[in-house]
Design a protein around this ligand. Structure first.
Ligand code: ZN
Ligand code: ZN
Length: 508
């Protein structure tokens, strides 16, 4: 079930791995795994064992063929034939299902589950007034990326305060493989609970892709994981600067720790869970090797017809937000927010996407969203292809959620839009999609900014730095303004787009 997406299967160079890109930023590469019918149990590898030399685990296919050459009884042969037939039937069924209909969680189920998590997070905020969902997600994102990109490198020990003792030993150092191009497509809240009288835990579901390099071969994987974070009860969350990068919770220096967990700068020993969350447990729910296929196929748009999921106490939140900022009049605030922020950002960001000039949108995006999509933009660039979104028009913007915490405020809207969505090469040859037919779709956009920002008295241009007003043409990869040096992507000076969620997966 993917979005509008064009499920673009791109052959990467000669190494033979293909990837499934999406059309539109945030369009959901994750669908790559759900739309393909491969099951994780059949392909891919397992991280289950961390000891010994499990490099063979990365090529699971070969071990099966070895077994077949062994002498075997006719009974065993029969069993194997039955298994193969059943597997083929399952694969065929899945294939036909993915083409004909889509199973979606009901609106009721989705909102019931999220209501439960929302109540749990409210409880958490009662004991930790510094807790910010936005900042926690940033922390998870940093740790997830480094967990894999450092996996077989000596730098893995830098993560020691943020990993359980078991997980510190998880990867074999100097193993003959490495991972990079880690992209997180989505993080979903699962559960907040107290663990006995001392610890508390917060679990999330992570949907990601990464590339594994082994003996000159590159394989792109789609993974679903459940990560459980732990810390001591009663701990207050760190300030934003210490949540947005992995750093020493004592001195704030970049995370350089010894195996024993001492900071190389201030020398203090960091006790796991004493000041910051650490990863207590991780479960890999599925790992799917993305298959090769030279098709450029557009999947049917899903979820556009689903009813809009609104926060239950939205009107109270609107009231609160209005009082907080002393906006005398909600419609006046809303009109300027919808026009100058939502609509302007939407059109500008997609224009840059379509022109394959993602860097030009850098100052409008959170680090997470920028990085996730720069990967796909690079793939398009490698082939010199363009994902065009012509005649883009916004049909409707609906307010669905307002969240405020000590450090951030977030507004989520559902945007209904339409465009001619297609992919072409640099010579204008159509590779997928449709140049003539308008494609209607909707997405949930979450925009965030730091709490306490005063609204600009006059609207600023999206091509300017919101801090100094200089042209936003020198933002670098990290969104630090080349003129005034301010980091823009944390929402410190103005709204940034934090998250795009497809309508069929949005849960509130
Ligand atoms: Zn330190
Ligand atoms: Zn500036």
């Amino acid at each position: 079930m993917r979005l509008i997406l064009l499920i673009l299967l791109i052959a990467i160079g000669s190494c033979g791995w293909l990837d499934i890109a999406q059309a539109r930023p945030g369009g959901g590469h994750s669908s790559s795994s759900s739309s393909s019918s491969h099951s994780s149990s059949g392909s891919g590898f397992s991280w289950g064992s961390h000891s010994g030399s499990n490099t063979s685990g990365f090529s699971s296919g070969s071990s099966n063929s070895e077994e077949i050459t062994h002498p075997m009884s006719s009974l065993l042969a029969l069993v194997i034939v039955i298994i193969i037939v059943v597997a083929i039937v399952i694969v065929l069924k899945n294939m036909s299902r993915s083409q004909t209909f889509v199973v979606m969680p009901t609106l009721e189920n989705r909102s019931r589950q999220q209501l439960g998590v929302a109540q749990q997070l409210t409880l958490l905020k009662q004991s930790d007034a510094n807790f910010s969902g936005i900042l926690f997600l940033d922390f998870v994102h940093s740790l997830y990326s480094k967990f894999y990109s450092y996996s077989t490198h000596p730098e893995f020990s830098y993560l020691s305060p943020f990993l359980s003792v078991d997980l510190q030993q998880h990867f074999q150092q100097n193993a003959p493989w490495q991972i990079n191009e880690v992209v997180i497509n989505g993080i979903k809240w699962l559960e907040y609970t107290k663990q006995g009288t001392e610890m508390e835990s917060l679990s999330v579901h992570i949907d990601a892709n990464y590339t594994l390099h082994l003996q000159g071969k590159h394989t792109r994987y789609a993974v679903q994981e459940r990560w459980q974070f732990l810390r001591q009860q009663g701990v207050l969350s760190a300030e934003p600067e210490k949540m947005q990068t992995l750093c020493c919770p004592h001195c704030g220096a970049p995370a350089h720790f010894t195996d024993a967990g001492s900071c190389e700068y201030c020398g203090k020993q960091v006790q796991k869970g004493g000041m910051q969350w650490y990863l207590g447990k991780r479960v890999v729910l599925s790992t799917t090797a993305l298959s090769s296929n030279e098709l450029v196929a557009y999947a049917q748009e899903q979820g556009t017809q689903l009813s809009t999921i609104k926060q239950l106490d939205l009107s109270e939140q609107m009231q609160r937000f209005q009082e907080l900022h002393a906006y005398g009049d909600w419609p006046a605030f809303w009109q300027s927010f919808e026009t100058e922020i939502v609509r302007a950002y939407f059109l500008t960001i997609y224009q840059h996407w379509s022109q394959r000039n993602w860097q030009a949108a850098r100052h409008l995006l959170s680090d997470r969203l920028y990085e996730a999509n720069v990967f796909w933009q690079n793939l398009y660039a490698e082939h010199d292809w363009y994902n065009r979104l012509d005649n883009l028009q916004i049909e409707r913007v609906v307010l669905v959620k307002i969240e405020t915490d000590k450090y951030y405020e977030a507004i989520t809207v559902r945007i209904f839009a339409a465009c001619n969505d297609y992919t072409e090469d640099a010579q204008g040859k159509l590779l997928g999609g449709n140049k003539k037919e308008l494609r209607h779709y909707s997405e949930y956009w979450t925009l965030v900014r730091r709490a306490g920002i005063v609204q600009h008295s006059k609207p600023y241009s999206l091509s300017q730095c919101p801090q100094c007003g200089a042209p936003a043409d020198n933002m670098g990869q990290t969104a630090e303004c080349g003129y005034c040096g301010s980091k823009i992507s944390t929402g410190q000076f103005s709204w940034v787009l934090f998250l795009i969620t497809q309508d069929e997966v949005y849960e509130g």
